[in-house]
Design a protein around this ligand. Structure first.
Ligand code: ZN
Length: 162
């Protein structure tokens, strides 16, 4: 069996930036499970591991456009404190979802707080970065009907319902 759309895949991986700093990892003991072809994974990585078999190892470099997007200065904004609910407990690093003027839902991170203004950044933390993955394919199986219906993987390391 190889990786193709409709398969649930378990990966071990390390993710590094161009300075070799490790940003994220999934170990053998706690693999990352996802449903291939369901938009759960960044396109640049999903494309490169399509067709791999269980046990395969691969190093994949993903350009920003195929990862978390280019960094957009326009998504860095300073907004009036009054735009937030009076009782909102604002703190640096706080994330919230807001709609852009074009209707797109975007996650913003608070980057600085002033008396009357709040600086926010709507870029993904990894936007603009070239990503270096080392992956190992630990498991490939058919998705269950329920996983296919939900559009994501269930089970160890995957999505859990509460
Ligand atoms: Zn589900």
């Amino acid at each position: 069996m190889t990786i193709e759309n409709g398969k649930v895949v378990g990966l071990a991986y390390t993710l590094k930036n161009h300075n070799g700093i490790e940003l994220d990892r999934a170990d053998l003991s706690q693999p990352f499970y996802y449903l291939h072809g369901a938009g759960q994974m960044i396109p640049g990585l999903e494309t490169e591991i399509t067709g791999l078999a269980q046990g395969a190892k691969k190093s994949v470099t993903v350009a920003p456009a195929d990862g978390y997007g280019e960094y957009e200065e326009a998504l860095k904004m300073k907004v009036p404190r009054s735009n937030f609910p009076a009782d909102a407990e604002l703190a640096e690093g706080l994330q919230f979802a807001a709609q852009l003027s074009n209707g797109q839902q975007t996650v913003f991170t608070v980057t600085a707080i002033h008396n009357d203004a709040v600086e926010v950044d709507g870029n993904h933390p990894l936007a603009g970065q070239t990503l270096y993955f080392d992956i190992e394919v630990l498991e490939i199986r058919d998705a269950t009907a329920e996983e296919t219906a939900h559009g994501h993987a269930h089970g160890p390391g995957g999505h859990h319902h509460h």
